[in-house]
Write a protein that binds this ligand. Structure first.
Ligand SMILES: *Cc1c(COP(=O)(O)O)cnc(C)c1O
Length: 363
């Protein structure tokens, strides 16, 4: 077996233990005589997995009975559409923060719905001209807004919102790339969600945590599968859920619990700091996001202020040394190391060693 150090932004590295556990039970899940992929989603074996997935995630986020955790296909991008469809009614206003590629995509979907319905989207903060260096810190919230939407970590720029703003309206957050990566008071939100393929499990669904009373605010006139209440009331079992993805999500959450989330949060700090320390150690490197917004999940940086030839060489040589997917997103350029919860410290040490050596040879 040969595992690369996988710096991909998503789908991303999963804990090796989780993959091995899944492999062990791939064809016969704990004596059931079939794979989790082959079981009825209404049977007791699958039901136990589903319940444990929800319960473990709720425990890790500190969510009580007034919350539901549901699994919705279509990824985080489907949430961009479902949120305004459910919560932006005619005549209402929703606040959006344009913090980067993802915040902007969410905003665009809301504008479509606002145009269809005769509602308003207010851009409460806009750092468009400063992308990819920062997240906004000053906001113009609308009194009586239906909700406010933020993206806590802009995966592409590597800029993270370090302080969650105080908002009177129900707060909704896209946490696709930093969910369960740092201490966070999840009770501040009415809803938060993440495409599973970054910090939670395989691709194919979004994990959505939503307050039950908030889910009820959506109109019943929209399609059943696009109403949050369909998922909260039926525990994501109105139709066939992505059972395999939920199983791996469950195993990943059990792994987080076993590691201890506080330990993981500390490790995440240490992993990111090791890379940022090299970036700050000489003029050869420069961080893409400003220091006070640096993400602990997606580290973005340049070589010699954006020497594309050298960056290309860096990516190729790193790949040959067993480190994959270090290329920055095409919209930002440069380099990006995504180091989610499951990314091992040894991989960070390998990268840091490689960076120092690369600088010696090319500085
Ligand atoms: C990856 C990502 C998305 C898109 O997720 P999909 O599941 O591919 O739709 C949205 N928001 C953020 C912050 C992301 O990192």
């Amino acid at each position: 077996m040969s595992r690369a150090y996988n710096f991909s932004a998503g789908p991303a590295v999963l804990p090796l233990e989780v993959l091995q556990e899944a492999q062990k039970y791939l064809v016969d899940y704990k004596g059931c005589g079939m794979s989790v992929m082959e079981m009825s989603h209404r049977g007791k074996d699958y039901d136990a997995i589903h319940q444990e997935a929800v319960a473990t995630f709720k425990e890790l986020c500190g969510l009580g009975d007034d919350w539901s955790v549901v699994f919705i296909q279509g990824g985080a991008s489907m949430q961009f559409a479902m949120i305004p469809m459910n919560f932006l009614s005619a005549g209402a206003t929703a606040d959006y923060v344009n913090s980067g590629t993802w915040g902007n995509k969410a905003l665009k979907e809301a504008k479509k719905m606002a145009a269809l319905r005769g509602a308003t989207v207010n851009i409460a903060a806009d750092c468009q001209k400063d992308i990819p260096t920062r997240q906004p810190t000053e906001f113009n919230w609308t009194d009586g807004a239906a909700y406010a939407h933020i993206c806590t970590n802009e995966t592409i720029s590597g800029a993270e919102m370090k302080v969650i703003p105080e908002v009177a309206a129900p707060l909704i957050a896209d946490m696709s790339s930093d969910i369960l990566s740092c201490p966070r008071d999840y009770s501040k939100f009415s809803m938060f969600y993440a495409g599973a393929q970054k910090n939670l499990g395989p691709s194919g669904m979004a994990v959505v945590a939503i307050r039950n009373d908030f889910a009820e605010k959506g109109p019943e006139a929209i399609p059943t599968m696009l109403q949050y209440r369909t998922y909260t009331k039926e525990n994501s079992l109105y139709n066939t859920p992505p059972t395999w993805g939920i199983y791996i999500f469950c195993e990943t959450m059990k792994w987080v619990k076993k590691m201890g989330k506080e330990n993981l949060f500390k490790l995440n700090e240490e992993k990111a700091k090791k890379i940022y320390d090299v970036i700050d150690s000489s003029g050869f490197w420069s961080g893409t996001a400003l220091k006070e917004f640096r993400s602990n999940m997606n580290v973005t940086w340049r070589i010699k202020g954006g020497d594309e030839e050298l960056e290309k060489k860096f990516i190729e040589e790193a790949k040959a040394a067993g480190m994959s997917s270090l290329k920055g997103h095409r919209s930002v350029g440069g380099l990006r190391a995504s180091i989610y919860n499951a990314f091992p410290m040894e991989g960070v040490d390998a990268l840091v060693g490689f960076m120092k050596d690369f600088e010696k040879r090319n500085g």
